[in-house]
Design a binder for this molecule. Structure first.
Ligand code: G
Ligand code: G
Ligand code: MN
Ligand code: NA
Length: 254
């Protein structure tokens, strides 16, 4: 109850803001995009991490409103960068299960793109493996429509859910995102190294781009590069940073 009322207030009182985390292509270090991550600055509690409030937002369906706010704010910002000639690749926005199951995600995306004027090719949507598998038929239907708009689709947290490989073949996706839990203990954990390599090979053979998240060390990046991983994201390159800091990152000479 506490969370429900204060989450509603957070929407009304503009207590959310967005951070951005760069995503880098390994073979030439080019910036290919940025993941959009919500932050909540609570008036008395301070910063509440999304891991603490997103689950409540999902249960109460407030995630549908919050998710729409994230999408609109990120697309609006991206259009501003586009108009100023600031290159950012794409913005990758996380989408939660209820947005697919109960919200009308496809219409929301169409509306937001029309309102902000952001061309669809600058938008990527991340859906988690577990959401997709909960209601795979509906997910496939909606993802097909989203893909048809020209949006890039990524499966987030890949490897942590009970993904069915036969569904992976049917899903209209472009990208697999290897969960950070498989990257964290590289090079100490040889099982994680074997899993990461296998996911990279699986992605390659299905014609998918593979991105690894949670990359913190140069050694992890080297391992992933040798294994044929396409893209990386993690503290090694940049933490998630606010709009001012990402603008500085995007405009500084490389
Ligand atoms: O960086 P981090 O603490 O931001 O994120 C923790 C978790 O919260 C991740 O699983 C991430 O996907 C999720 N998350 C962050 N921002 C959003 C968002 O805008 N929407 C949804 N649905 N999840 C988000
Ligand atoms: O949506 P997703 O579950 O993929 O969210 C990514 C989460 O990982 C966010 O909480 C983000 O802040 C966090 N993160 C991003 N880079 C790193 C990293 O290099 N190390 C760790 N431990 N966490 C990271
Ligand atoms: Mn994500
Ligand atoms: Na993840």
């Amino acid at each position: 109850i506490f969370f429900k009322t204060s989450l509603q207030q957070a929407i009304d009182k503009d207590e959310f803001h967005l951070n951005y985390q760069p995503q880098i292509r390994l073979h030439d270090n080019a910036l290919i995009g940025m993941e959009v991550l919500i932050r909540w600055n609570h008036p008395s509690e301070g910063n509440i991490p999304p891991g603490k409030f997103i689950p409540f937002a999902e249960e109460s369906n407030l995630i549908i409103q919050i998710g729409e706010w994230v999408l609109r704010t990120a697309c609006f910002q991206a259009k501003k960068w586009l108009d100023s000639g600031i290159e950012f690749g794409r913005i990758a926005v996380n989408v939660a299960g209820p947005q697919i199951k109960r919200g009308n995600l496809v219409d929301t995306i169409k509306t937001v793109l029309a309102e902000t004027g952001l061309p669809a090719r600058y938008l990527e949507i991340e859906v988690t493996e577990s959401y997709v598998m909960q209601d795979a038929d509906r997910a496939v239907e909606q993802l097909n429509e989203i893909k048809a708009l020209g949006i890039t689709l990524a499966i987030d947290d890949f490897g942590t859910g009970y993904s069915s490989l036969s569904y992976l073949k049917k899903l209209p996706i472009h990208k697999l995102k290897i969960d950070g839990s498989f990257i964290r203990d590289i090079p100490v954990d040889t099982d994680d190294m074997a899993i990461s390599k296998a996911v990279i090979a699986l992605g390659a053979s299905l014609g998918l781009t593979v991105i690894a998240e949670g990359v913190e060390t140069a050694e992890q990046a080297r391992f992933l590069s040798h294994a044929g991983c396409d893209e990386v994201q993690g503290y090694l390159y940049s933490r998630p940073i606010d709009t001012g800091a990402i603008e500085q990152y995007l405009t500084e000479p490389k």
